[in-house]
Write a protein that binds this ligand. Structure first.
Ligand code: AMP
Length: 421
C-alpha cells in the first residue's frame, strides 16, 4: 500500500529537537513572566470574517493564503493565519477591558496556517509567539514591545539581528500620503508590475513593500509615509525612537517598511537576522490603534509583535546541539516472576524523579545490557530469580561495569545517592 506523507509545508518535530522547542517555549514564557504578560490560548480556527475584517480583504494572507473550510453547519471557518486578530477578538468577546481593566497585556504561542510556497524558513503550518497590549497609546509601550522581542532573542543566544523601523501614520495623515503616492505614480502605472497595478487601485500602501526590482527603484523615489506624518504621529515616532536609544538598541529607519497586514497604524517594525536566508524576518509588529474598532469594539489603542518560531529554531539549531533524552536507570527483570515487581519499582523510581525505563524484552542478560549501553543508561538495575528471593537488586554502573547488590527496601535511597554523584 502506498504510504501517506505529511502535507507539503508541514514538519514533524522529533526528539531530541523537540527539547530545543521546549527550551524556546520556556524562554518565551519566562519573558512573559518578567514583563508581566499573561498567556492567552485562543482556538486554532475562527470565523473567516474575523480575518477578512481584521487583517484586511486585500492582503496576501486573506486573498491568497487562508485555509478556509465550510463546516457541516454551513459556517465559513479559517485556520488562523496569524494571532493578533484572534487575541483582539477574545479581548472584546471576553470583555477584558471592563472586567480586568486597561492596559491588557497578553502573549500567545501556537501554530499558524498559511498557504504559501514552502521553502527554508517558510512553511504552511508554522508556529508563532506574539505579545499584544490593548489600551496603551504611549510610544514607550511600542518601545517595550520591541524590548520584549529583543530580550527573547538575546536569551536564546541570537546575537546578530537588526531592527527595521518605520511609521505609517494614522487615519488622519495616511490618506494625505496615499493621495501623494498615487499622484506621483499615476504617469508610471504601466511600468509597475501587475500586482502593484492592482494594489494601486485596492491597497496602494502595499506597493511600498513590493519585492520586484523595477518597482523598488520607482518606489524608493516615490513619497513615503514618514514625510506626511501629522504632528501627533511625528511626536509619537520621535519619542519611541528616543526610548529605543535610551535602551541602547540600534535601529534602521526603513521608510518603505509597511508589513503585510492592514491593521497597522503609526509604528511598524521588523527584526531581521543575517543568519537566516531569504526569509530573514525573525519577527514583525507595530501599533494597531484602529483594530478593535474595526472588530466592532470601542476605540482602543493596541501594539504588539509576532515572531516566527521555526526561524528562531534555525538559528538555535546552528548554535547548539539539542539535549538527547537522558536515561538514569534501565530496569531489567529476568524471568517472568520479576515483571510485576519491576513495574511497581519502576513507578516508584519515576515518582521520585528518576528517569527509568523498564525492559519488556525477554532476551538474556547480555543482550539487555547491550541495549542499556546503546541507550546511554547510567545504571542498569537487574532483578533476577536470586534477587527476587533475597529481596534485593543488582545495580550496575554502565560506565565502569561495577556491580553491587542493594536491598529492595533501600533502592530509592541507594539510586538517588549514586545519581547525585
Ligand atoms: P507576519 O505576521 O507575517 O509578520 O509573521 C510574523 C513572523 O512569523 C514573521 O516575522 C516570521 O518570522 C514568521 N512567519 C510568517 N510566515 C511564516 C511561514 N509561512 N513560515 C514560517 N514562519 C513564518
Amino acid at each position: 500500500m502506498e504510504r501517506i506523507s505529511a502535507p507539503r509545508g508541514t514538519q514533524d518535530i522529533l526528539p531530541p529537537d523537540s527539547n530545543l522547542w521546549t527550551q524556546l517555549e520556556e524562554t518565551i514564557r519566562h519573558n512573559g513572566e518578567r514583563f508581566v504578560y499573561g498567556e492567552i490560548r485562543t482556538p486554532i480556527f475562527e470565523h473567516s470574517e474575523l480575518f477578512a475584517r481584521g487583517v484586511g480583504q486585500d492582503t496576501d494572507i486573506v486573498s491568497k493564503e487562508m485555509y478556509t473550510l465550510i463546516d457541516r453547519g454551513g459556517r465559513s471557518l479559517t485556520l488562523r493565519p496569524e494571532g493578533t486578530a484572534c487575541v483582539a477578538r477574545a479581548f472584546l468577546q471576553q470583555n477584558l477591558a471592563n472586567l480586568r481593566g486597561l492596559p491588557q497585556k497578553l502573549f500567545y504561542i501556537g501554530p499558524m496556517f498559511r498557504y504559501e510556497r514552502p521553502q527554508a524558513g517558510r512553511y504552511r503550518q508554522h508556529h508563532q509567539f506574539g505579545f499584544e497590549v490593548f489600551g496603551d497609546p504611549q510610544p514607550e509601550m511600542d518601545a517595550e514591545i520591541i524590548a520584549i522581542a529583543i530580550s527573547i532573542f538575546r536569551a536564546l543566544g541570537i546575537r546578530q539581528f537588526e531592527v527595521d523601523l518605520n511609521s505609517i501614520g494614522c487615519r488622519e495623515c495616511r490618506p494625505v500620503f496615499l493621495a501623494a503616492l498615487k499622484k506621483e505614480l499615476a504617469p508610471h502605472l504601466m511600468e509597475l508590475c501587475t500586482d502593484c497595478q492592482r494594489r494601486y487601485q485596492q491597497n496602494p500602501i502595499r506597493m511600498l513593500d513590493c519585492k520586484k526590482e523595477t518597482c523598488q527603484q520607482m518606489l524608493d523615489q516615490a513619497p513615503h509615509p514618514v514625510d506626511f506624518l501629522c504632528l501627533q504621529c511625528q511626536t509619537h515616532f520621535i519619542r519611541m525612537q528616543k526610548c529605543l536609544s535610551a535602551l541602547g538598541f540600534s535601529f534602521r529607519l526603513s521608510p518603505r517598511l509597511v508589513r503585510g497586514l492592514d491593521y497597522y497604524t503609526r509604528t511598524v517594525f521588523e527584526i531581521v537576522s543575517p543568519e537566516l536566508g531569504a526569509q530573514n524576518a525573525l519577527c514583525g509588529g507595530g501599533r494597531y490603534d484602529d483594530l478593535i474598532e474595526i472588530l466592532g469594539g470601542p476605540p482602543t489603542p493596541g501594539v504588539g509583535f509576532a515572531g516566527g518560531m521555526e526561524r528562531a529554531m534555525l538559528i538555535l539549531q546552528e548554535n547548539q546541539a539539542p539535549e538527547p533524552l537522558r536515561l538514569d536507570v534501565y530496569l531489567v527483570p529476568l524471568g517472568e516472576e520479576a515483571y510485576s515487581q519491576a513495574m511497581l519499582l519502576a513507578m516508584r523510581l519515576r515518582e521520585a524523579g528518576i528517569r527509568t525505563e523498564l525492559s519488556y524484552d525477554r532476551r538474556g542478560l547480555s543482550a539487555q545490557l547491550k541495549v542499556a549501553n546503546r541507550k546511554h543508561a547510567r545504571f542498569a538495575l537487574l532483578l533476577g530469580e536470586q534477587e527476587l528471593k533475597e529481596g534485593s537488586l543488582l545495580l550496575r554502573n554502565m560506565e565502569s561495569g561495577e556491580q553491587r547488590t542493594i536491598s529492595k527496601s533501600e533502592v530509592l535511597q541507594s539510586i538517588s545517592s549514586v545519581l547525585a554523584v
